[in-house]
Write a protein that binds this ligand. Structure first.
Ligand code: NAG
Length: 336
C-alpha cells in the first residue's frame, strides 16, 4: 500500500503538490488580468457616445451637394438647376458631368419604396469616412444614349433651396419645347445625394434608391431636412450633414403651368447642430486606473490563495495543507 512514509514518494509528492497548486493559480491570475486589460482597453477605445444639440450659428456658410444620379432620358433633354431662398440661381450644369448611358436599376438598390431612416452609428462613420472626389469625366450629353448619368459637386449657400432636374422647355415659363411629351421619363436611380464634404461610403437616406414610372409627366418631390452633424472620436473630427426625408409624387395628364414634370430636391437646414462625441478619460488616467485595478486584483488573489490555504488547514488538517510547504527532508533529518 502507498504511504507518505516512503522517503522517495514523499519527495515526489511535495514538489508535485506545491508546483501544481501555485502554478495553476498563477496562470489563472495571469488570464484574469489579461482579460481585464483587454476589456478595459476595449471600453476605453469605444468610450461613451454623447449627443449634444446646439444652436447652429454658422449662417453665411457655403457647402456642397454631392450628387450621383441616373435619369432615364437622354442628356440633351435634361435641364438642371439650383434655386435658393435668396433667389440665387446656380446653373448646376456648370458643375456636373453628364454622361450618356443605358438606364438600369442595380440589383441591390431599393426600388419604388419608402426610404429607410438612416442613422449611421459612430463606428460606421469612422470606418467609412473616406474623403473622395468624383472621377473627372468628360461631359458627353449628345451621345444619343437613352439615359443620362449626372454626377458631381454643386456648391450652394447654406439656405433653403431646391435642386431640380427637369426637361428642357418644360419649366421656367418656357413651355415651348421640341421634346415630345412621350419622350419624357423621369425614372431615376440615386447613388449619392449628400450635403457637406463628400464621403462616398457614408450612407444617406436617398443613396441606393430608385424610382421608375410608366408616366411621362411625373413629378418626384423630395423634401430634405438637413442637420449639421459633427462626429468626434480620438481627435478625429468629421463634419457632415444628416438629413431626413419626406416625399411626394404627382402625375399629370399633360405638362403645363403648375404641372411641371421632374425630380425636385427641396432642401432646408435645421438651425441646430448635432454633435456626436465619443468621450473617454485621458490616457494617463486610464493607465493609472488599469494599474490600480490589476494591482488590487493581484493583492486580492494573494489573500484568496492564503485563505484557501487556511481553509485546507481547517478542513483537512495541517499535515495535508502544508505538505507542499514542508521543508524537504535533508540528509541531516536522517531516515525515518
Ligand atoms: C421609363 O423607363 C423605365 C426603365 O426603362 C421604364 O420602366 C418606364 O416604363 C419608362 N417610363 C416611361 C414613361 O416611358
Amino acid at each position: 500500500m502507498y504511504t507518505n512514509n516512503s522517503p522517495t514518494a514523499k519527495v515526489d509528492n511535495q514538489h508535485a503538490v506545491r508546483s501544481s497548486r501555485g502554478g495553476l493559480s498563477t496562470i489563472l491570475l495571469l488570464f484574469v488580468v489579461l482579460f481585464i486589460i483587454y476589456v478595459e482597453i476595449g471600453d476605453w477605445i469605444d468610450g461613451a457616445v454623447y449627443k449634444t444639440f446646439s444652436v447652429d450659428n454658422s449662417f453665411s456658410d457655403t457647402l456642397q451637394i454631392n450628387l450621383d444620379i441616373l435619369v432615364a432620358m437622354p442628356c440633351n433633354y435634361i435641364h438642371t438647376n439650383v434655386l435658393d431662398l435668396t433667389r440665387d440661381r446656380t446653373l448646376a450644369a456648370d458643375y456636373l458631368t453628364y454622361e450618356g448611358m443605358n438606364f438600369f436599376v442595380p440589383p441591390n438598390y431599393l426600388l419604388n419604396s419608402q426610404h429607410d431612416i438612416v442613422t449611421p452609428d459612430m463606428d460606421q462613420v469612422m470606418r467609412e469616412s473616406l474623403r473622395a472626389e468624383f472621377r473627372a469625366g468628360a461631359s458627353d450629353p449628345h451621345s444619343g444614349a437613352p439615359a443620362c448619368h449626372i454626377y458631381g459637386i454643386i456648391p450652394v449657400t447654406k439656405v433653403a433651396g431646391d435642386f431640380h432636374i427637369t426637361a428642357k422647355g418644360y419649366a421656367y415659363r418656357d413651355f415651348r419645347s421640341n421634346i415630345p411629351q412621350q419622350a419624357l421619363n423621369f425614372s431615376h436611380v440615386v447613388t449619392e445625394l449628400s450635403f457637406g464634404e463628400f464621403f462616398p461610403y457614408l450612407q444617406n437616406p436617398l443613396d441606393f434608391t430608385a424610382k421608375t414610372t410608366p408616366n411621362n409627366v411625373h413629378s418626384f418631390q423630395y423634401y430634405l431636412s438637413a442637420v449639421p452633424t459633427t462626429y468626434k472620436r480620438l481627435g478625429i473630427e468629421i463634419d457632415t450633414y444628416q438629413y431626413a426625408i419626406t416625399e411626394q409624387e404627382k402625375v399629370f395628364d399633360s405638362a403645363g403651368f403648375g404641372r411641371v414634370p421632374g425630380i425636385f430636391f427641396k432642401y432646408d437646414f435645421e438651425p441646430i447642430k448635432l454633435q456626436i462625441e465619443d468621450k473617454r478619460i485621458e490616457f494617463t488616467n486610464f493607465v493609472v486606473r488599469l494599474v490600480t485595478v490589476c494591482g488590487g486584483l493581484i493583492i486580492c488573489f494573494g489573500w484568496l490563495y492564503k485563505g484557501v490555504d487556511k481553509l485546507l488547514v481547517l478542513v483537512f488538517g495541517k499535515k495535508f495543507a502544508f505538505r507542499g510547504q514542508e521543508k524537504a527532508p535533508t540528509f541531516l533529518d536522517g531516515k525515518e
